[in-house]
Design a protein. Structure first.
Length: 543
């Protein structure tokens, strides 16, 4: 097979002198024409830095290459003139980044952003660029493509924004598409659609794909060859069958063993009822006209009912926009409900005045999806954990006692007591999530809403957080409402599962029943997309 890209002895260093960090150390790999190659590894393994090096997109002089060669169609890219690199970027080699919302310009329309590369590389006139843009958006499956040209990124869903990114990358029919974690933060059904889309386009265009990911299930589905990276080095390479069925390196075996496993422990039928939701509605008005009269409603949550008992984990699954997070926020009275009841320890939270709800908040906590966004960068870890204690007058006035209390909470979530003097940016993603759990745990609550707490974490860190949550639940008889689009995580932790679609519960029951004998077509489609069965487009399934 012809080597389209050949990377040899690539080294990347950030900084200089005593503070220099070797991010990539002697990495070699190649991608053949029409081939799909995956670089797999955890955050910090060097896989994205290696991919960015191909297009020479690393920030010089902060990042530099002590050695290495990167050849594309026998042309050396390492140290190539800027004009030559500009001719290749976006034309012969294109890249799709992990987070489309930060990669797309919020001030420009979708048409302008897709057409830009056509004008730059193909010198198309505006009418021709517009027609090609509509064709590309249709090709990647964006509905009503012609009507979406004047839309801005914030007006599209996460899956639609990722499709726009793919359309931009495919605009000039590149020889190589570099996909850097393009499905990490999307729903399983959207992920299945994107994987199928890239495969179909690859066949149509004959392009090669370099896939960067920490998701081993994606690697198994799409790859011709796999390189496993850790600490800036390639630890093992081979076909998916060799990597998954006969792994040789201990790190590869560690990655494979870290995938979610186990089953949620059932609770006794007479366990105390902690939280009950009856007929809950959260409707947002749609206003129109000069007088802004309400003409309709967005029914984010529409008549939902469920019960969470002491020591129980209830998993809530569904695609983005299904109402999962709104349900969790409404259960804690963090967003306004428009109907129904939320009963905590037998008291209807929706009927209580705010002054009567506040004392109950110590028993109800939440852990958000993005710990970096939910932890104040201006507060130390000790201040973050102590804030809730202070609000409920539980923080000791004596500094030594205060530090000892916070140290004990940190140790309970597997962190060092001395970390209370550090700030969130000084921690890894998994450590930040442990801090978020510690903050929720500080007040010794009875009930915690966990909103996608592991979706952006590496598989090994994800496994550690799940083990931590299991341990804390067993120790304190915590009740969890666990919101996720990752059904494998839900399978490992929840004993009762609620499936939501368009604001309604379409199916719920014991985890074994829902996973092994799903009744509803939408549930079967979700399971198909997540558990390597025949992939179905859940969005097209009528419920």
């Amino acid at each position: 097979m012809t080597r389209l890209v050949d990377v040899r002895d690539l080294r990347v260093t950030f900084g200089h002198g005593a503070r220099a960090v070797e991010a990539v150390r002697g990495v070699s790999f190649h991608v053949g024409a029409g081939e799909t190659v995956s670089l797999v590894g955890e955050s910090g393994s060097g896989k994205s830095v290696s991919a960015l090096s191909i297009l020479q997109l690393l920030p010089y002089p902060k990042a530099w290459h002590p050695s290495g060669s990167i050849r594309f169609r026998d042309r050396e890219l390492m140290g190539a003139p800027a004009a030559e690199l500009r001719a290749i970027r976006g034309d012969r080699i294109a890249m799709v980044f992990q987070e489309p919302m930060t990669s797309l310009n919020p001030l420009h329309t979708i048409e302008r952003q897709v057409a830009e590369t056509l004008v730059l590389h193909k010198h198309m006139l505006p009418p021709d660029a517009r027609a090609r843009t509509v064709e590309l958006l249709s090709l990647v499956g964006l509905p009503n493509a012609a009507q979406r040209l004047r839309a801005y990124p914030h007006e599209l869903s996460g899956g639609q924004r990722q499709r726009v990114m793919i359309a931009m990358a495919l605009a000039n029919a590149p020889d190589l598409l570099i996909a850097d974690e393009p499905t990490t933060a999307v729903d399983v059904t959207i992920q299945a659609q994107i994987l199928r889309l890239v495969k179909d386009l690859q066949r149509q265009l004959g392009m090669a794909v370099l896939w960067i990911t920490h998701d081993l299930d994606v690697v198994r589905k799409i790859s011709d060859r796999v390189y496993v990276m850790n600490e800036g080095e390639v630890k093992e390479s081979g076909t998916p069958a060799e990597i998954f069925e006969r792994p040789q390196h201990p790190y590869t075996r560690k990655l494979l063993d870290a995938r979610p496993k186990g089953r949620g422990a059932p609770v006794p039928g007479d366990a105390a009822e902690i939280m009950r939701v009856d007929g809950l509605k959260v409707w947002f008005p749609i206003r129109a006209g000069i007088l802004k009269r309400t003409v309709d409603h967005v029914k984010a949550v529409d008549g939902v009912g469920l019960t969470v008992r002491a020591g129980q984990t209830v998993g809530v699954v569904g695609e983005s926009g299904s109402g999962k997070t709104t349900l969790g926020l409404a259960a804690l009275r963090l967003t306004r409900a428009t109907g129904g009841g939320v009963y905590f320890d037998g008291r209807d939270l929706l009927a209580l005045p705010p002054r009567d709800v506040r004392p109950l908040r110590s028993d109800m906590q939440i852990v958000f999806q993005d710990p970096y966004g939910s932890l104040s960068p201006r507060m130390s870890v000790g201040q973050i954990i102590g804030e809730g204690l202070a609000a409920h007058a539980r923080l000791p006035a004596v500094e030594g006692e205060r530090r000892a209390l916070i140290a004990g909470i940190l140790e309970e979530v597997g962190l060092e007591p001395a970390m209370q003097d550090r700030y969130p940016h000084e921690f890894s993603g998994g450590q930040r999530q442990r801090i978020a759990v510690a903050r929720a745990l500080a007040l010794r609550p009875k009930f915690i809403v966990l909103d996608e707490p592991t979706s952006a974490l590496d598989v090994s860190v994800q496994a550690q957080i799940l083990d931590l949550l299991r341990d804390l639940q067993a120790r304190h008889r915590l009740a969890y409402l666990f919101i996720s689009h990752d059904l494998k995580v839900i399978r490992a932790l929840a004993d009762h599962v609620v499936v939501m679609h368009h604001g309604k519960i379409v199916e719920q029951g014991p985890a074994d029943a829902v996973f092994d004998r799903p009744r509803e077509p939408y549930t079967r489609a979700l399971l198909a997309a997540a558990l390597d069965l025949e992939v179905v487009d859940a969005a097209a399934v009528s419920t």
